[in-house]
Every structure is written in structure tokens, then in C-alpha cells.
Design a protein around this ligand. Structure first.
Ligand code: PLP
Length: 429
């Protein structure tokens, strides 16, 4: 194929290529990114006078160190020269072993075993399979359902969809087709004893049929960017222990520092039985996710009637992704990352404060490296995107939310421009 002009690229894209949560063809022309470096996306041609956009999204929570990072590039190149992939059945390799060991070291203590898969949704499927199989193995096969609270998001494959918010979420279409899970009310922002009681009661009432509670700790991401008191996680831990239910924390969005602690679970000081990680794990370079579990869960499964975890993605523990994940964690933990996230929090708080006075804005909230402006209506996506692009910033609002989670390396001046763009998008959208 000869080199494509930008209009040709866009035309072929619209003819053949699905985009996330889009119709075919898409409603609007996508922007063509030619390259990316640091916190900047370089477009193939100028759009509204801009050739470069500051990335306010970290490519959906993942590119925490920015793009084209020399250390991550070197890790990928070095591994590429050794091998980019090898099957994981019967074979192992240093990148995977180092990664798993590192994850066990930095996550809450009781988590000891790691299943490496290729995407966040698959890591949730594995987490669910672990929990259902655990109860089957220990002679409680009726425990097959999941319990969660409303407002969550856990991915787009089947089991994760079943625990996404059933109304208003992206998966309402499948109500009645998906397995019917148990939903508690959405968690309030602040700690409220009646809500804690509601959680306790819901766990107690369904404990006979529920294998696991699954929640996103502290921040519900794609389900609505809502924050809640970490104290609810302690309530869930206790209720699960009291009633023989496993607890899964989906930290795919919150993991690796985004909320101000390395894992959101750290804010509650509790450990789940199973934890899912993904997104920022490879610094946004490659698709990889992990499901960690305790020895109790692993032993239960391994002593069962079918004493294996029957899951094995073709690209399990991909060495290239694992090598980059190791380098990404070296980068993250080798710096005062908490200070950097704090800096983002301070900058976003200052930069977004005046959004509260804009007409149509119902809430402005900031936690760690995440800033959210909520409107009283659905965002006009083309208008809001264009307003941000005119400010030289890439944002991708959804529903009634204009939000940003910049790379941790975003400098103060760029952060201020991101805030300006969020305000502009809120005015336009
Ligand atoms: C993004 C996300 C997922 C799904 O991860 P994919 O890699 O997109 O499959 C699951 N859970 C949470 C909390 C997420 O933010």
C-alpha cells in the first residue's frame, strides 16, 4: 500500500475500523496521531490550528510516564532482541518471574500468586473464575453469583459486563442476557453508617449464593468517576469474612499510584482475596494485566476435584509486555511518585476550582491524579472535544463527565493548560 494521506487514512478508518463504543462508521472523524513523546500527541496534520496536543488522558489511565520514554523503549528493545514472545505452558522466563515477584512484593501482604493475562477484562474473568472455582473445590458449588455495588465498571467481556452498573452503564443493553448478579446501592462519597449497614445486610442476605464481592476500591472509574470513603472497604472485608464470601478488588484503574497511594486498597489498610491490575502496569506500552490471589484461594482450587485453574491465554505473560512492566515499575518506584501525584492533585484542585461556578456544572472533584467536572446534562462530545483541542489538549469526555488523568510526568505549565481545556470543554459541552 502506498503511503496514505491523512484524508485517505481517515476514509479507510471510517470504512473498515471499529473504535471503542462506536457505531460503524463512527460519528465523527478520529484525529490521526503520528507519534507521541513525553505528554504530547503529535497529529498527522493541524487540527484547529494545533499540530500537538497535551495528553490529558494518559491513554485511559495507562501512560503514567508519558510516551516514547527512553527507559521503557530500551526495555522493549532489549527484550525484542532476546524474544518477543514464547508460550507460557511448560516454559517460563525472567521478565514474567520478576514481574510476578515484584507484584507480590508491592501489593497487600496476603496476595501471593499471580496470573498474568492480556487485558484488564480478562484479568477480571480470571478473578471470577478463581472465586467460583474456589467454592466449587471446597464443596460449596451453589456459591456462583457475584455481589457488587452500583456505579461500577469492570470491563467489556461477559462476566465483567455482568457486574458493571446495570442502568446508565454501557452494558444496560444486555440486562436479561447476562448472569444476574447482586447489586447493592452505589456507595456515597462520605462514610454513612446506614449505607455500611446496607452493605453488611446485602452480603449477609446473599452469602449462600454469592462467591465473591467485586468492587473498584475508592474510585469508580468508567462507571461514573465517583469517589467513596475507603472505610466502606473495611466494612466489606469484615462482612465477607463474617459470611464466608471472597473479596475482589479491581484496581485496574486505581493501581500504580493514581489515587495517591500505590494501590487504593492501601487507603483502607485491607487486603482483598483477589486483586486485578492492568492499565498503568506497562506504563501504557503494551496490553497486560494480572490477577493476584491469596494462598487460601490457590490452595482451595488446587485441592479441588479439578485441581487446576483452567485458563491459559495464548499470549499469557508476554515477555515484551512483562519487560516493559518491570521497567515501568522501576521508574515509578525509583522516584518520589507520591509527591508527583500530590503535585498533580494540588494543580488540578487549583486549576479546576472555578468550574464549580460554571452554569450546568453539578460537581467538581479531584483525587490524586484524577480531576472530574460533572455536568447536569450529557456532554456534547464534538463541541467539548473541539474546545479542548483549541486549547491544545486531548480530552475524551463521556456521559455527563469531563475528566482528566494526566501522565504523572506532566509539568505544572502543561497541567495548567489541561485545567484550562477542561474548563473550556465544560463551557462548550
Ligand atoms: C479499564 C478497566 C477494566 C478493563 O480493562 P481492559 O484492559 O480495558 O479490558 C476493568 N476494570 C476497571 C476498573 C477498568 O478501569
Amino acid at each position: 500500500m502506498p503511503e496514505l494521506s491523512v484524508p485517505e487514512l481517515v476514509a479507510l478508518d471510517r470504512a473498515h475500523v471499529w473504535h471503542p463504543y462506536g457505531p460503524m462508521p463512527g460519528r465523527a472523524d478520529p484525529l490521526v496521531v503520528e507519534s507521541a513523546s513525553g505528554v504530547r500527541l503529535r497529529l498527522a496534520g493541524p487540527v484547529h490550528g494545533r499540530r500537538e496536543l497535551i495528553d490529558g488522558m494518559s491513554s485511559w489511565w495507562s501512560a503514567i510516564h508519558g510516551y516514547n520514554h527512553p527507559v521503557l523503549n530500551e526495555a522493549a528493545r532489549g527484550q525484542l532482541d532476546r524474544m518477543s514472545h514464547v508460550m507460557f505452558g511448560g516454559l517460563t522466563h525472567e521478565p514474567a518471574v520478576r514481574l510476578a515477584t515484584r507484584l507480590v512484593e508491592i501489593t497487600p501482604g496476603p496476595l501471593r500468586h499471580v496470573f498474568l493475562s492480556d487485558s484488564g477484562s480478562v484479568s477480571v474473568e480470571v478473578a471470577v473464575k478463581m472465586c467460583l472455582q474456589y467454592w466449587r473445590s471446597v464443596g460449596r458449588p451453589s456459591k456462583q453469583r457475584l455481589l457488587t455495588w452500583r456505579g461500577g465498571y469492570h470491563g467489556d467481556t461477559w462476566q465483567p459486563m455482568a457486574v458493571c452498573d446495570p442502568d446508565g452503564g454501557m452494558h444496560g443493553l444486555w440486562t436479561g442476557v447476562l448472569p444476574r448478579q447482586v447489586f447493592a446501592k452505589a456507595p456515597p462519597t462520605e462514610y454513612e453508617e446506614p449505607y455500611a449497614d446496607h452493605l453488611r445486610e446485602t452480603v449477609a442476605r446473599y452469602a449462600d449464593e454469592v462467591a465473591a464481592v467485586i468492587v473498584e476500591p475508592v474510585v469508580q472509574g468508567a462507571g461514573g468517576m465517583r469517589f467513596h470513603s475507603p472505610a466502606y472497604l473495611r466494612v466489606l472485608r469484615e462482612a465477607c469474612d463474617d459470611h464466608g464470601v471472597l473479596l475482589i478488588f479491581d484496581e485496574i484503574a486505581t493501581g500504580f499510584g493514581r489515587t495517591g497511594t500505590l494501590f487504593a486498597a492501601d487507603q483502607a489498610g485491607v487486603s482483598p482475596d483477589v486483586m486485578c491490575l492492568g492499565k498503568a502496569m506497562t506504563g501504557g506500552y503494551l496490553s497486560m494485566a494480572a490477577t493476584l490471589c491469596t494462598s487460601r484461594v490457590a490452595d482451595g482450587i488446587s485441592r479441588g476435584e479439578v485441581p487446576v485453574l483452567a485458563h491459559g491465554p495464548t499470549f499469557m505473560a508476554n515477555p515484551l509486555a512483562a519487560a516493559v512492566a518491570n521497567a515501568s515499575m522501576d521508574l515509578l518506584l525509583g522516584q518520589d511518585w507520591a509527591q508527583e501525584v500530590k503535585r498533580l492533585e494540588t494543580g488540578l484542585r487549583a486549576g479546576l476550582a472555578e468550574a464549580a461556578d460554571l452554569p450546568g456544572v453539578t460537581d467538581v472533584r479531584v483525587l490524586g491524579g484524577l480531576g472530574v467536572v460533572q455536568l447536569d446534562h450529557e456532554v456534547d462530545l464534538p463541541a467539548a472535544t473541539e474546545a479542548a483541542v483549541r486549547e491544545g489538549v486531548w480530552l475524551r469526555p463521556f456521559r455527563d463527565l469531563i475528566y482528566t488523568m494526566p501522565p504523572f510526568v506532566t509539568e505544572d505549565a502543561d497541567l495548567a493548560r489541561i485545567s484550562t481545556a477542561v474548563l473550556a470543554a465544560a463551557r462548550a459541552g
